[in-house]
Design a protein around this ligand. Structure first.
Ligand code: SF4
Ligand code: SF4
Length: 190
């Protein structure tokens, strides 16, 4: 009886011996992330950001801090604010993506990274400088325009601010200034 149970155990070992492993030898091997993966580093396009702070207001944890000052170019014509602070406290983020959903100008995207190990909590705050300097590999989560171009964060090239919006940039410029375009102009490019 004892020998039979041992043989059964060995059969389990043998049956798994030739199977492909379920695990990967990270960090030498890396899994390919799904394009909609809600990664940690966020992708922010300052050129598209008006400083409206909708992302900060909709964050359920209140971990986005935005400080603005009046635009230096055309403050009375609905131009955007000047961004002085845009900090995200990553250590408290639950990656719900509501901030990305709330952004009306396609300026904020989830990122595609997952390796944000730090020794100090303060180092887990993503600052405006880091957001500015980061390579732009936005997640396609909640961004159907990126999915329609079959964008693959990490595998495709980084995207510029003109490429990531739902509408042409010229439409945004006029919309922000409170002016409606006619049908012919609305499709034009800046
Ligand atoms: S992903 Fe969610 S928790 Fe994280 S900053 Fe955005 S809204 Fe806040
Ligand atoms: S919601 Fe978008 S446009 Fe408004 S401050 Fe946030 S990132 Fe900028």
């Amino acid at each position: 009886m004892y020998g039979l149970e041992m043989a059964k155990g060995l059969m389990v070992t043998l049956s798994n011996l030739l199977r492909k492993p379920f695990t990967t030898a990270y960090p030498e091997q890396r899994l390919t992330q799904h394009p909609r993966f809600r990664g940690e580093e966020f992708t922010w396009y300052e050129e598209r950001c008006t400083g409206c702070a909708s992302c900060a207001k909709y964050c359920p944890l209140g971990i986005i801090k935005i400080v603005t000052s009046p635009s230096e170019t055309a403050p009375l014509e609905g131009d955007k604010y000047r961004l002085e602070t845009f900090d995200i406290e990553l250590q408290r983020c639950m990656f719900c993506g509501l901030c990305v959903e709330a952004c009306p100008y396609d300026a904020l995207f989830m990122g595609s990274g997952f390796e944000e190990g730090q020794y100090k909590r303060t180092d887990l705050v993503i600052t405006i400088d880091r957001l500015r300097q980061a390579e732009k590999n936005p997640s396609t989560w909640f961004r159907p325009q990126l999915e329609s171009m079959d964008y693959r964060p990490g595998a495709s090239r980084p995207l510029g601010w003109r490429e990531v919006g739902r509408e042409k940039w010229r439409w945004h410029q006029h919309e922000k200034a409170g002016r409606r375009l006619n049908g012919r102009d609305a499709g034009g490019d800046a």
